[in-house]
Design a binder for this molecule. Sequence first.
Ligand SMILES: Nc1ncnc2c1ncn2[C@@H]1O[C@H](COP(=O)(O)OP(=O)(O)O)[C@@H](O)[C@H]1O
Ligand SMILES: [Mg+2]
Length: 614
Amino acid sequence: MSASRRSIAALPDRLISQIAAGEVIERPASVLKEIVENAIDANANAIEVRLEAGGIGRISVNDDGHGIEPDELPLALTRHATSKIRSLQDLESVASMGFRGEALASIASVARLTLISRTSTAEHAWQIEGHNQAVQPAAGSQGTTVDVRGLFDEVPARRKFLKAQATEFGHCMDVMTRIALAHPEVAFKVFHNDKPVRQWPVASLAKRVLDVLGDEFSTNAIALDAAGGPAQIRGFVSRPTAARARADRQFLFVNGRHVRDRTVSHALKAAYADVLHGDRQPAYVLFIDIDPQSVDVNVHPAKHEVRFRDSGAVHRLVQQVVTQALSASVDAGQNTVAPVTGSMPAAHTPTPGMGNWQSAPLQSRLSLNEPRPYESRPGPLPTSNRAWGAGWQAAHTPLTASDGRSATTTPSQALAPEEPVWPLGRALAQVHGIYILSQTQDGLILVDMHAAHERVVYEQLKAALDSHNVATQHLLVPLIVNVTDTEVALVQEHGEALGQMGFEMHAGGPQSVVVRSVPALLARGDIESLTRGVLRDIEEVGVSALLTQQRNQLLATMACHGAVRANRQLSIAEMNALLRQMEQTERADQCNHGRPTWIAWRLADLDRLFMRGQ
Ligand SMILES: Nc1ncnc2c1ncn2[C@@H]1O[C@H](COP(=O)(O)OP(=O)(O)O)[C@@H](O)[C@H]1O
Ligand SMILES: [Mg+2]
């Protein structure tokens, strides 16, 4: 290695800023967060946000706050210069959003920044540019405008990591959502590419929550307000029946700051544990106000986390208050007559917006998407076509010699050559709405019908996509699905790619999409959850993923939603058809979640179990 020693040299200021910027400025949304928080710190009553190209092109924020004196403008752009704290003691009781004095300097080091500001006593506004630092007279009313263009233009290494405009726009809207929830006393307007996209007037907290999160949240929300120990807790939690598949509506604010916190989310989980099924996610907007001395906000440069001095007390308080709120709502609920078309579903009834669940309510408890507790089954376990774990293998003599993949290829000595022999046998019955029992030449097979069908659909989809031949099915009635801004933008951006996958959908409104056709293979499944799943995957891995390895994730999502569900009554013919498809399908012995799709007992093994012939 040619490691000739280099001398130590101090880094130039700009480079230091750029490096430091990496901690706070990750993407347009982080710029937006810092600038809007500054406006809040300046006591603004109204904040107007203008985004272009998802914030990558431009972020401009105007506020009517107290402004900055012209001689302080250069300081505002200087690293570690702040008007918000003066000492370590101040830091211990900091009430403002900012305090590190590095946001504007960081932004100016990775983008073109203009700062225009006017205080109440000034005759006109003044402006400063990030790159030349000269203060000049400018036009403008009281308050401050921060204009940021060309984020990361000169830092290609970081620019590379930005996602599609739609995704970045979505992150920006997430930031606005959080700040708007925390500050109902401030009016907000948001424009994207000059089109108004959001307007939130000054309101009460309840009204702001309704304005921001919509009806679905508000009608199912339970208000709470309680104090205990060092903290006060207020806000809204969702009824368990309105829980969601995604943890996308969980907002926690500690002293007005949006944070993620393990203590609090664990306490919430505990409070919902008895009333919430499986991996359903509660929705909540919670504000914890706590003596600033009892919480450290300076844990993370972007301030996404806090540290409670007495986290045990916070945990107890949250769990107790939320548990009480939930049980009070259940008691109250029993006395109310559920509206006929109402949005408040009874216990175990699928929630509106959760999809077209057509079968019995029991389905929600039998969802085949969750691993079932194989361990708890009584009696000796047969060996599956997949190892269940070394423990079982060691403790039990294998009851079958089936070795997985070989379902379609196992040469069976006992076969009579003249009959058609199906490796997976002939279906006898459907068991508990979940399994197909099949008799093979030399034993029995149990098939998990959802898992198996999922695998079959997956392989069929893959083949169809590979041959650019995805058959589509028009929906008789187009389906309207409520989604997020990001997802609407994704649909607009990627309509063509979605079309190639067999989906025809377009934006129906700022937060809804209209689905007109879906891949024919999936048309019998739950189309709403299918749509959501697909959009979520595209958001996560990008549409380009369709061309790569990652498309398997997307296909798996699609297959899962397209496959038969528990409790769907299958005829013997349908069951046999599935068995035959499985035999033709590669790797049919494992579903896309990695679970086995079938297990086998050989007659000889059964004989041994019953001690026949001994
Ligand atoms: N919108 C604004 N209105 C008034 N003053 C502002 C505004 N934005 C920034 N400032 C001033 O610029 C300083 C630096 O801002 P920033 O870099 O975000 O650091 P911090 O917010 O941590 O102090 C702030 O302390 C504040 O005095
Ligand atoms: Mg700041």
